[in-house]
Design a protein around this ligand. Sequence first.
Ligand SMILES: [Zn+2]
Length: 236
Amino acid sequence: MDLVAPFRIVRQAWRGLVDVLYPPRCLHCNTRTPTPSIPLCSRCLQRLEQAAPDAVMDHIERLPAAPAALDRARALWRFDKDGALQQVQHALKYRNRPRYGVALGRLMAAGWDARAVALDAIVPIPLHRTRRYERGYNQSTLLARGLSETLDVPVRTDWLRRPIATRSQARLSRAARWSNVEGAFRATRADAVAGRSLLLVDDIITTGSTAVAAAATLKKAGAAQVTLYALAFARD
Ligand SMILES: [Zn+2]
């Protein structure tokens, strides 16, 4: 039995009550925000730096497996270490704020050029089940849901799995990051994946090793095209 779930429901109900008593504030500048699902005020949101269209692909192409694995790669914003976006990412990943994810996914959709490529499905980069259980949700799945609502493309969470629990990438060198994640993913629905144009969704791209390993797995399973779209891109 899932003993964590009841606590989570109580915690989320409590947060809803807190939002009514104390209106939500911008995570970065602390001014009141009218929309509690977006954790930044409109001023801080507008100040986020857009990622250059080619920045992610140029960066990722340095990984030997990348050209065959990914057809395109984009990010909405440039990651600002110690800035507003890092505060948002931290809240989403470590402070149990799942509602931010869908709202951020909608912003990703607003920044997406739907004419760039025809998509059959959106595939969030999966977490290993231990990590997902600890966090209670996969932040990339929430982003994917926000994208899906707007782009009208279905989310498929059962096409890619992550059966291998990899170490955290944060303190690893570039080369070690690749060997850490290579082979971590499995395509579980090769019949569904074959011939499809997929949008692979991640939160933050740093070296891109995890995304390339996931994309390579989908390509090996027969995906016709894999396009990566991340919330933000951080140069390592
Ligand atoms: Zn603000």
